[in-house]
Design a protein around this ligand. Structure first.
Ligand code: AMP
Length: 139
């Protein structure tokens, strides 16, 4: 497996070199909105320390991410009146991964509403508003 690359876009977000719509952070994890949202409220949870994906993450990194996933998923479900949550994680290119810093996608889901196709940029004002809605619902 290739080494972790410090120049990946999520590492730059963590360093504050490029902007993001923050939802939540604690000592070990950061949650922000996906800018090509496949669902309303689509957000990403990442560890603050480097690892490519599920294949090299430590148990501590995974545990920290899962605690944040649980917190944000419940908040997103409440904020959007969702019926459920889809959690996605892709590891390595063959697994569908495009950004090589471990991340978990959280999607609020409504009964009978399909996810949108990937790759379409969202409206930034709407995404900012959705970040605020989820953040406000975090207890
Ligand atoms: P994947 O590695 O396949 O799980 O996908 C990477 C995800 O990162 C995609 O859903 C992209 O829309 C998202 N993404 C890429 N660049 C940014 C960015 N600057 N801010 C937020 N999300 C991003």
């Amino acid at each position: 497996m290739p080494a972790y690359d410090d120049d990946n876009i999520f590492a730059k977000i963590l360093r504050g070199e490029i902007p993001s719509f923050k939802v939540y952070e604690d000592d070990d994890t950061f949650c922000f909105m996906d800018i090509m949202p496949r669902t309303d409220g689509h957000c990403l949870v990442i560890p603050k320390t480097p690892c490519r994906n599920i294949l090299d993450a430590t148990p501590a990194q995974l545990a920290a991410c899962m605690a944040t996933v649980s917190k944000v998923a419940n908040a997103a479900k409440a904020a959007f009146g969702a019926d459920g949550i889809t959690l996605q994680q892709f590891s390595e290119a063959a697994g569908g991964q495009e950004v090589f810093h471990l991340h978990f996608h959280i999607h609020p889901r409504h009964e009978g509403v399909p996810m949108r196709a990937p790759g379409t940029m969202g409206d930034m004002d709407t995404i900012k508003d959705h970040a605020a809605q989820i953040a406000a619902a975090i207890s």
